[in-house]
Structures are given as C-alpha cells and as structure tokens.
Ligand binder design. Structure first.
Ligand SMILES: NC(=O)c1ccc[n+]([C@@H]2O[C@H](COP(=O)([O-])OP(=O)(O)OC[C@H]3O[C@@H](n4cnc5c(N)ncnc54)[C@H](OP(=O)(O)O)[C@@H]3O)[C@@H](O)[C@H]2O)c1
Length: 309
C-alpha cells in the first residue's frame, strides 16, 4: 500500500535527547513515573501514532512503514534492546521520528504509568494501534494482577490504556483507534472468564480477541460524533512472526499482508467506525459481538477489574 506523502519538518539532531531512565519509583509503593527509554520528540505538525507491541512482529513493521512516510511513532514493548534498535533505525533514516516506552501489559500499574507518560509527553495523539498481543503455549498463567494472562494482555490492558488516553485522542480529532484482533475469535464464557476450568491457550487467545471486538463496537457507539473513530481487524492468518514461529507452527502468510491491513485502518478513507474487518474487507464478527447485553456485561467487568469508572 502506498502511503500518502505528508509534509514533515525534520527534527533537529541537536535537540535529540536519549533518555535511558526506565520506570522509577517515586516513593515506596507510590506511583511510578515512566520515562521514554530512547528517542526524539515529534516535530510541529508531525502525526503521532502510538503502536503497542512495536518492538517485534506486525507492530514493528507497521511502525517502520509509517515512520518512513514521516510519522512520529510511539514505540512500545518490554524488550529494551529491540525498542532502542527500532528508534535508532527510524532516526537514522531521517524522515520519521520515534520514542520508546517500556511497559508490561501484564501489569495495570505499568499500563497506567505508560498512559500517564504519553499524556505528559505528547500534546496530541492522532492514532492508537492496540496491537500488542500474546498466544502462549504451556499451562494457564496469571498476570501480576491475578487475571488470566491472555485476557489481561490482549484485552483488559488495551481497554485500560485506551480509556486512559481517550481525553488526548478526543482533543486530537480526527483521531483513530485500531484494535488488532483476530479471526480466531470465540465467545466469552462469563461463568469461566479466567478459564480456571478447561483452560487451553487457543481458548484463552480466542476469547480475548472477541473481547477486543466487543470493546470496539461499544466504544464506537460512545464516541459517535466526537471525531474519534475505532475499528477492529484480523490482520492476516498465521503470519511469519514470533507469535507463530516460536510455537513451531507453519506460517501461512507474511507479515507484509498484516501490515497492509493495519495501514488500511490507519490511512484509509470512509472506513466508518464500530466495524470489524477481515484484513481490508468489512466482515461479520462472532455473533456474541452483536449482543448488547453481552457487551454491557463485558464492559462492566472490564471497568471493575481495571478500576476504570
Ligand atoms: N501472527 C499472526 O498470524 C496473527 C494473526 C491474527 C492476529 N494477530 C494479532 O496481531 C498482533 C501482533 O501479533 P504478532 O504476530 O506481531 O506477535 P509477536 O511477533 O509475538 O509480537 C508481539 C508484540 O507484542 C509485544 N508484547 C507481548 N507481550 C507483551 C506484554 N506483556 N507487554 C507489552 N508488550 C508485549 C511484544 O514485545 P516485547 O516482547 O518487547 O514485549 C511484541 O512487540 C497481536 O495482537 C496478535 O493477536 C496475529
């Protein structure tokens, strides 16, 4: 997909700051303050795109494409080396710019610190891509907050991060929220949502991915008329990323396919809001996503678990 060219003022290298502080505890047991691990501030007029999980896989390739077209990328992940490498690569190419923030989406405290850092460091946020995700082999694992890990990393933390960043997005209109879901989506079982019974990684992944779509539909209704739109998508099936390859599974598509689908959501016109796309084609999600009672129930649960009112 060709990206439209945008006017970009290059960031002066003299003003470059490379900050190497990570999360520092303000006081024992107190709030954490998160500082960018590397990078430059955006220049005047540069579009700001925040891509969670952009230290690897799909998020990284989307970040590289958008930065090459002149955007400022908020790079995020847990891997310090990979994040710093991506920022250095973007800066060396000289068109876009980037900053890198380290935060584990398995911790609500770190998600809050991340959102707080973005609100502090950016006067605007044009696009939020909730891309970070896991599909982990092995036994059931719980997050630092005690919730089934796929449900927290893939859904609850994106829910919390989005809600924490909504004021910034609302003051940056037209703005977009892109939720990277999957066609591997299955209904949420409200009686066993943390999968204490009958756990499988496939089940955990699939319910978290439908939860993202349900969140998207709900949020779009809430944001109607505000200038902030949101859609969910399946990027591509079994791409050649770590998520697939580290399980020893055979890739069935390339990360480039997924990049095209995400860029379509970031760049495309007339996409509407509150829709689910299979790559670039509008599609029907699992039936549960169209059940307002199920969505309300999920939303109430997410608000309670994340503490968002
Ligand atoms: N691969 C596929 O075929 C496929 C198909 C459909 C949908 N998807 C969706 O596409 C998205 C990207 O998948 P991918 O294939 O690119 O996966 P990937 O290669 O495993 O990359 C995942 C990214 O998420 C970050 N991440 C993982 N756990 C995190 C955590 N706890 N906290 C913060 N960041 C975390 C990773 O960075 P760090 O390691 O630095 O934390 C990495 O940047 C996911 O939402 C996935 O569900 C993928």
């Amino acid at each position: 997909m060709e990206l439209g060219s945008r006017p970009v003022t290059l960031v002066s290298r003299c003003s470059a700051v490379t900050l190497i502080a990570l999360a520092a505890s303000a006081a024992q047991g107190g709030a954490q303050e998160l500082t960018a691990a590397a990078g430059l501030a955006p220049s005047e007029g540069q579009r700001v795109v925040f891509i969670t999980g952009s230290t690897g896989g799909l998020g990284r390739e989307v970040a590289r494409k958008l930065a090459a077209a002149g955007d400022h990328i908020v790079v995020h992940g847990r891997n310090l080396e990979r994040g710093k490498e991506l920022v250095a690569e973007i800066e060396s190419e000289g068109r876009g710019s980037a900053r890198f923030y380290v935060a584990d989406l398995g911790s609500f405290r770190e998600v809050r610190a991340l959102a707080q850092a973005i609100r502090r460091d950016y006067p605007r946020l044009d696009v939020l891509v909730n891309n970070a995700g896991i599909w982990l082999e092995g036994p059931r694992t719980v997050s630092q907050d005690g919730y089934e890990l796929h449900f927290q990393v893939n859904y609850l933390s994106g829910f919390l991060l989005t809600r924490e960043l909504l004021p910034l997005l609302r003051q940056s209109t037209p703005a977009r929220i892109v939720n990277v879901s999957s066609i591997a989506q299955r209904p949420v079982d409200f009686d066993n949502i943390m999968l204490e019974e009958g756990y499988s990684d496939g089940r955990a992944y699939a319910q978290s991915k439908l939860a993202q779509v349900m969140f998207t539909f709900d949020l779009a209704a809430e944001l109607e008329g505000t200038g902030v739109t949101t859609n969910a998508l399946h990027p591509a099936t079994m791409m050649d990323t770590d998520m697939v390859l580290e399980r020893g599974a055979r890739a069935r598509s390339s990360v480039a396919d997924g990049v095209a689908a995400v860029l379509h959501q970031v760049e495309g016109n007339d996409l509407g809001s509150g829709r689910y796309f299979n790559q670039t084609t509008p599609a029907r999600a699992n039936d549960q996503a169209y059940d307002p009672e199920a969505r309300a129930r999920l939303r109430a649960l997410a608000e309670r678990l994340t503490g968002v009112g």
